[in-house]
Write a protein that binds this ligand. Structure first.
Ligand SMILES: Nc1ncnc2c1ncn2[C@@H]1O[C@H](COP(=O)(O)OP(=O)(O)OP(=O)(O)O)[C@@H](O)[C@H]1O
Length: 361
């Protein structure tokens, strides 16, 4: 396994890109640590597959360098990069047995037979393929075929990294959860460097130690699931992670506080002083989980609960603040709150300030 370095990397599919929007990936520096389990998360079209294909060598970047453990591989073709890639749809040999499919990447490299047998048995056991090892792949269902494809990606222990591009797309929903857990276990046992592309936050958060959030061709945050939840560094992360996403309100500074529709909201000390000069837009962001309804005797910002949706273990209140600002508040199971006047509390430690979409503090 290897540490993967991306230096001043950028890619445009156009011959003569003119400005930022012509780039599928905007210039980035990024390090994938050796042995890390990463999810690469972002909406459709943000550049995930492009980035994966640049690491594997299927796409040559228009700018910058890629290196594995310090060795520059930018100009090496995929077959010389030592990367295993698993795609959305199974890439297997239908007429071969499951065993032969799993053994193929090893046989190809002249690995001794006893080592092949041992490794194939190990991977088949991890993916629950041991019962079908001697069956032809052609007779198996889509789920099993994709498991074989994943097994072929995991079977070599000498690869720099294993890249998964939305590998569970074709998998039955009830098996998805199981396979994600399995992949996490496999990562813990084999200590592979894994990069797992997905646009599904649940998939990313259950699988990865670190999540890389890509938005409009840029890495907007690299962090643990907890960091993404508690301290989104970009408004997109706040909005994309969480269900429902973070609430954002336009505001203006007033000394050490901010003002929203004439109502003052406290920030953590020092945050207001860190606002960069020349910003265009200032917003506060607060997660539905951290907004509170004031109790008797507490102050708070006047608002109106318009409706409450019951989602089983919790309830979500849609709240109107001022004339037109709508917020979502997560209520506990036992909360009796219903439509009507309320006051909202914004705990300063959970009220984040954003200048032009970037976290100030
Ligand atoms: N071969 C190509 N030629 C031209 N443009 C491309 C090519 N492949 C991707 N693009 C464009 O580059 C941008 C990034 O695409 P990419 O497939 O990397 O995104 P993605 O995040 O993987 O999306 P998805 O989740 O839909 O697969 C998109 O605007 C896409 O239209």
């Amino acid at each position: 396994m290897a540490q993967i370095n991306l230096e001043a990397l950028a890619h445009s599919y156009m011959a003569r890109p003119r400005d930022a929007k012509d780039y599928a990936l905007r210039q980035m520096n990024h390090v994938w640590e050796d042995g890390g389990a990463y999810a690469l998360l972002g909406p459709s079209g943000c550049g995930k597959t492009t980035l994966l294909n640049i690491i594997s060598g299927l796409v040559h970047p228009s700018e910058g360098r890629v290196s594995f453990d310090g060795e520059d591989v930018t100009d090496l073709p995929p077959e010389h990069r030592n990367i295993a890639q698993v795609f959305q749809f199974p890439v297997i040999y239908d007429t071969m047995t499951v065993r032969a499919n799993l053994a193929f990447p090893l046989r190809n490299r002249g690995v001794p037979r006893d080592r092949i047998d041992a490794r194939v048995t190990e991977i088949a056991r991890m993916l629950d393929l041991d019962d079908v090892l001697d069956e032809k792949a052609i007779g198996l269902g889509a789920d099993a075929k994709q498991k074989i494809s994943m097994g072929r990606g995991l079977v070599r222990d000498d690869v720099a990294a294993v890249l998964f591009d939305e590998p569970l797309t074709v998998i039955d929903p009830h098996l998805k959860w199981q396979l994600r857990r399995k992949l996490k276990e496999i990562h813990e046992q084999l200590k592979l460097t894994l990069v797992y592309v997905t646009h599904d936050q649940t998939e990313a958060l259950t699988f990865a130690d670190k999540v890389v959030v890509l938005y409009e061709g840029r890495v907007v945050q690299l962090g643990t699931p907890q960091e993404l939840f508690e301290r989104p560094e970009h408004t997109f992360v706040g909005y994309f992670i969480g269900s429902p996403g973070m609430n954002f309100l336009d505001c203006r500074l007033d000394g050490h506080r901010v003002v929203v529709d004439g109502e003052a909201i406290e920030l953590t000390p020092g945050v207001a002083d860190a606002v960069p000069d020349g910003h265009q837009r200032l917003q506060i962001g607060i997660r539905p989980e951290f907004l509170r309804l004031a109790e008797d005797g507490e102050a708070g910002v006047p608002a109106v609960i318009e409706s409450v949706a019951d989602l089983g273990s919790y309830r979500i209140a849609s709240v109107l603040m001022g004339a037109e600002r709508r917020l979502q508040v997560k209520l506990g199971e036992d909360s009796a709150a219903g439509p009507g006047d309320v006051r909202l509390l914004f705990p300063p430690e959970w009220t984040k300030l954003y200048a032009d979409d970037l976290l100030v503090g």
